[in-house]
Design a protein around this ligand. Structure first.
Ligand code: BGC
Length: 722
């Protein structure tokens, strides 16, 4: 794309008010096609002749803007008239909102001084192939919009009675186009609509609407009002133990929607921001509200749903649903830790924990391809990876967080089978290993540095967020694992990786010499899962013993949890894995479900047994990381694993458990639909397990330890229960 357009901004800064850029133009003769190429320093919404252009919400999405800024292309042929008016509203978005929420005054000032920039190029193609362009330049004008305030964390304020009476000139910015790239990720869209379940009065006397489901997006409401009536809405995820509205856990994010009504019946929804919420409090609302007036609009990256899980256990089904809603709520262009408080950042550690589950639930190849390209762009010169991508000045160099650099591309390759992602990321992967090698205190280990460790592990000493597993142990284990992934990726790409193979051998040898005992659940999990323990079976047995000695409870945090059940069931402890999965008491995956969770919580006890909150400062109720348990259900309970990248060959080894009557799992792979289900049945007085398997490619089916090579097809197998 050749840009002749210039970046423009209002000649006078409009402060918090969102600017509308306006251009009037004539179509001209014999035009057969019109395409609008556009992006902004913020988020934009374009209208041609009053009609919304496209359905991309919060365009242009979030990238490492200075290095890579996406532009979108819309076919607007159908909206074109003889005389045209193109209007583009630009809000602060991620570009100009102070992110993260604890940004200091200097950072806030810097953001506040960024102009509300817009660049657009409308290409009109004639029937004869000739091209005419309408570009952003000094001929555009700007005016104030009805949106008086819009920002990522604090929300939006709209005055429907406002009519701009003045326009002002625009200025061209000294800003190039070399960082502009075509839309690479999925577009963000309105994807689900959740009707309000009830409107009620809390013990405090406040009016609250409950949608019954936590979503990320915004509220659409309809109201019959008089000009000047006020709507004020606060957002919250949960009620407190008295049943009152609560959102202290949003920290500094105000998450408010304010609207001044015009006369008559009107429907409004915010345009340039989003919230994470299940409840809204009506701080001001004309008339007596009823549920029919409110819809929660879920907004996220447009991804194709590929995986489905269901079972005979309703609590487990709610957990599966929470995992999916957690993904919807946090896959808004960037894989974020949470969608509500003053973070909503692309935390690498969370993404690597969840990437496998994410890639089974939905087709996220494109989504991760874009995010990982930002990671490569933001990687520091020393090879370390910023803690959040796009980077926001939060530092780098934490084991298991930075390892998103190797784990995510490798998983995307395994799920979808396309080596392109490895090619794109290979330098980033290698440079990351180089960072560890040059920054460690001890050769062939990763010692020293500052890490998040086994973040939120339950064996954390009092007052700490970090579990008791040794930092050097975790870091060295990930050093080995990431090096092994560089070796594997290099082999796929036909690169010489002999140096990395030697490095890997040395790390493993040194690891074994240094760490001769395993002290925590997470240490045992890593030692087995990354193949570091000398005797894998013995260490897995030791883990099982420890879990039982700990009261058949998990103690793991962000680092150990994603692999815990895999290690147990991989070494003969499937029974115990199910015990953990089906446990309802704290700590467990189902405990939050018993407390009414509709998404995955950041803490196993975000709401404690007595109804108190874990804390106010770090207590998200939509944090997908622990939702990674779903990949165990796909791969172990239902037994669907890629035997070759992209499921070109599948290994189907279901592991039923008598505590579930049945389980049914399907996965739409690049090679077609894989389905694995099992149920406990009775036949002629005999208890049996009935398996139904569909595979689109040649596969290995493993039932009761017996392996069978099969062609693509449908298989029903019945086996006597032991
Ligand atoms: C985020 C996490 C993240 C962590 C780093 C938190 O504030 O919400 O999910 O990984 O910081 O330890």
């Amino acid at each position: 794309m050749e840009w002749s357009a210039k970046w423009i901004a209002p000649a006078q800064d409009m402060g918090d008010v969102c600017a509308v850029f306006v251009k009037e133009f004539s179509k001209g003769d014999n035009i057969s096609k019109a395409e609008l190429f556009i992006t902004a320093m913020g988020v934009y919404e374009a209208r041609l002749n009053g009609v919304r252009v496209g359905d991309f919400v919060l365009a242009p999405g979030w990238t490492s803007y200075e290095k890579r800024q996406q532009y979108q292309c819309y076919d607007v042929t159908g909206l074109l008239k003889e005389e045209n008016s193109l209007e583009v509203t630009v809000g602060k978005g991620w570009y100009r909102s102070p992110i993260p929420g604890w940004t200091n005054e200097e950072g806030k000032n810097k953001k506040a001084h960024l102009p509300a920039g817009l660049i657009a190029q409308l290409v009109l193609t004639g029937e004869d192939g000739s091209k005419k362009v309408v570009i952003t330049d000094e001929s555009w004008t700007a005016k104030e919009s009805r949106i008086r305030f819009s920002e990522i964390y604090d929300g939006e304020t709209c005055d429907a009675t406002f009519e701009a009476t003045e326009t002002q000139p625009v200025v061209c910015l000294e800003k190039g186009t070399q960082n502009l790239i075509p839309q690479q990720g999925e577009k963000i869209r309105e994807e689900e609509y959740v009707a309000a379940e009830r409107v009620f009065t809390t013990p405090k006397g406040e009016t609250v609407v409950d949608f019954g489901q936590e979503v990320t997006g915004y509220v659409r409401f309809t109201v019959d009002a008089k000009a000047g009536d006020r709507v004020e809405i606060s957002h919250g995820e949960v009620l407190d133990k008295e049943g009152n509205f609560y959102n202290a856990n949003y920290r500094s994010a105000k998450a408010k929607l304010c609207y001044t009504c015009k006369d008559g019946v009107q429907t409004y929804q915010p345009h340039l921001t989003f919230f994470g919420f299940r409840f809204i409090r009506l701080d001001s609302f004309p008339g007596t509200p009823v549920p029919e007036q409110f819809t929660a609009v879920a907004v996220h990256s447009h991804m194709k749903r590929t995986g489905r899980l269901s079972s005979s256990n309703p609590l487990l089904n709610r957990l599966f649903s929470n995992v999916v809603w957690g993904q919807r709520g946090n896959f808004l262009d960037v894989p974020t830790d949470c969608p509500q408080r003053d973070e909503r950042l692309g935390w690498t550690g969370d993404a690597q924990a969840f990437v496998k589950t994410a890639s089974y639930n939905y087709d996220v190849e494109r989504f991760f391809t874009k995010w990982l390209a930002d990671m490569a762009a933001d990687q520091f010169a020393d090879g370390s990876i910023p803690h959040v991508i796009p980077a926001c000045g939060l530092g780098s160099g934490s084991a298991a967080w930075d390892d998103a650099a190797t784990i995510c591309p490798w998983q995307i390759y395994m799920t979808y089978g396309n080596p392109e992602i490895l090619r794109q990321q290979f330098d980033c992967m290698k440079n990351y290993i180089g960072f560890i090698t040059s920054s460690t205190k001890d050769e062939y280990l990763w010692t020293g540095g500052t890490h998040y460790e086994d973040w939120l592990g339950l064996d954390a000493p009092v007052g700490s967020y970090k579990g008791s597993s040794r930092a050097d142990f975790i870091a060295s284990a990930f050093y080995a694992h990431s090096t092994s992934l560089v070796v594997k990726a290099g082999k796929v790409l036909g690169e010489d990786v002999s140096g990395y193979e030697t490095l890997y051998d040395n790390i493993v040898k040194t690891f074994r010499k240094t760490f001769t005992d395993y002290r925590t659940q997470t240490e045992m999990v890593l030692a087995v899962h990354f193949g570091l323990a000398e005797d894998l079976q013995k260490t897995a047995d030791q883990l099982a013993e420890k879990v039982i000695a700990d009261g058949s409870k998990l103690q793991t945090g962000f680092v150990g949890t994603p692999y815990l059940l895999h290690v147990l069931s991989g070494y003969g402890h499937t029974d115990l894995a199910y015990t953990l999965l089906l446990r309802r008491e704290y700590p467990s995956w189902l405990y939050p479900v018993t407390k009414g969770a509709t998404t995955i919580w950041e803490h196993w006890d975000g709401i404690m047994e007595n109804g108190d909150f874990w804390s106010t400062d770090m207590n998200s109720f939509n944090h997908y990381a622990y939702g990674s348990v779903a990949d165990w259900v796909y791969e172990e309970a239902a037994g669907i694993k890629p035997e070759e990248p992209g499921f070109a060959r599948v290994r189907i080894a279901p592991k039923p458990d008598s505590r579930l009557e049945w389980l049914e799992v399907s996965l739409e792979t690049r090679h077609g639909l894989v389905r694995s289900s099992w149920s406990h049945i009775e036949e002629n007085g005999c208890k049996k397990v009935r398996y139904e398997i569909i595979t689109p490619s040649p596969s290995v089916i493993v039932i009761d330890g017996k392996e069978k090579e099969v062609e693509a097809g449908e298989y029903v197998i019945c086996v006597d229960e032991i």
